[in-house]
Design a protein around this ligand. Structure first.
Ligand code: NAD
Ligand code: TYD
Length: 354
């Protein structure tokens, strides 16, 4: 049975995955609903990523600036827009920031998720579904073999992953205790257009283009399982429409790479597609090993056989096609990267989204 919704509340829709999700969903022929994007516009929220959608989708797209920790604002938006499903992307998402300053992670990821769950519960039965977007980092770190399954015990190692683990537990509890119709997904590392250039792939693309050092933490032999962002979007939508109520699904790309291999691939793509460095050297010469991240998880790898078997989901991109598309996107959207990194941009946000 496929669930149909008319008014989706997407939290964090101005962030990397949320913005890609909104763009992707409006392209789907079977989607005829409205999207209400509820976002606080932190440094990571970029309305520029959706400027064209705001114009083309007309009344089917609404932006509301708000904080998921603000119970009155959340209840107001659910009521005003007759929301029938919540897709919860909003979070503080960068591990290094969580190590330096965990406060916002505890507040947004834990208190914010709790606030949304309370509001969702209050708006039943009109509100019929709550999907929580989470990460494979809740499972901790793998050794050289094995995969995270939906049954792997939680063992988060960073303040970020601990806060996401807490939010996952709250979602589970609201289903078990109050019967809230929930689904939950734990996904591996995403990459693609509109990712804020603090995460590995966009940071390395822009630094390598500009001839800046490429800071690889420690040995660079840590492994991540990379998934192109629109493949994550299609998995989320499949779960929202058809996933078992109360179920969790792992999502991954089956693309395990060391950080060094990722950076070397990006350098090779840029050497082929961008003007040469003034030094004439290959961009891999910019790789600089720096101090390791504290508590750095060694390896993430996802067993995504449940979503493949039960919901028939498969990723469309390999890492080769996805990396090439991503490098090309940044090369042709440098004004986006310049804007989101500049102080002018924060001024623009303040003026347009008071
Ligand atoms: P992001 O940091 O790019 O975007 C987060 C968005 O949430 C921003 O638009 C920000 O303004 C908004 N936000 C932050 N605090 C808020 C608050 N208190 N109220 C309302 N909005 C707020 O993050 P992302 O990479 O797009 O990640 C989205 C979700 O996916 C997160 O829940 C993250 O844990 C999860 N996830 C991310 C990855 C990844 O590789 N990026 C992988 C798996 C899961
Ligand atoms: P990141 O993109 O921050 O995602 P996550 O920590 O959620 O996996 O980092 C991906 C990997 O790249 C991780 O092993 C840390 C490493 N890394 C670097 O080596 N240098 C960098 O400058 C950054 C941002 C990350």
């Amino acid at each position: 049975m496929t669930r149909t919704f008319h008014n989706l509340l997407v939290t964090g829709g101005a962030g990397f995955i949320g913005a890609n999700f909104i763009r992707w969903l409006f392209e789907q022929p079977d989607f005829h609903g409205r999207i209400i994007n509820f976002d606080k516009l932190t440094y990571a929220g970029n309305p520029l990523s959706l400027l064209d959608i705001a114009e083309t989708a007309g009344p089917r797209y609404v932006f509301v600036k708000g904080d998921i920790c603000d119970s009155a604002a959340v209840n107001q938006v659910l009521e005003a827009h007759q929301v029938d499903a919540i897709l919860h992307f909003a979070a503080e998402s960068h591990v290094d920031r969580s190590i330096a300053r965990p406060d916002d992670f505890i507040r947004t990821n834990i208190v914010g998720t709790y606030t949304l769950l309370q509001a969702a519960q209050k708006h039943r039965p009109h509100l019929r579904h709550f999907h929580h977007i989470s990460t494979d980092e809740v499972f901790g770190s793998l050794g050289p073999s094995g995969f995270f399954t939906e049954e792997t015990p939680y063992a988060p190692n960073s303040p970020y992953s601990a806060s996401k683990a807490s939010s996952d537990h709250l979602v589970r509890a609201y289903h078990e205790t109050y019967g809230l119709p929930t689904t939950l997904s734990n996904c591996s590392n995403n990459y693609g257009p509109y990712q804020f250039p603090e995460k590995l792939i966009p940071l390395m693309i822009l630094n390598a283009l500009e001839g800046k050092p490429l800071p690889v933490y420690g040995s660079g032999l840590n492994i991540r399982d990379w998934l192109y962002v629109t493949d994550h979007c299609s998995a989320i939508w499949r779960i929202v429409q058809e996933g078992g109520v109360g179920a969790t699904y792992n999502i991954g790309g089956e693309n395990e790479l060391t950080n060094l291999a990722v950076v070397e691939k990006i350098c090779a793509l840029l050497d082929a597609k961008a003007p040469p460095l003034p030094s004439g050297k290959p961009r891999s010469s910019l790789i600089t090993h720096v101090q390791d991240r504290p508590g750095h998880d060694q390896r993430y790898a996802i067993d995504c056989s449940r979503i493949q078997r039960e919901l028939g989901w498969r990723p469309a991109q390999t890492w080769e096609t996805g990396f090439e598309a991503t490098v090309e996107w940044y090369l042709t959207h440098l004004e986006w990267a310049d804007s989101v990194r500049s102080g002018d941009y924060q001024q623009w946000v303040a003026e347009h989204y008071a």
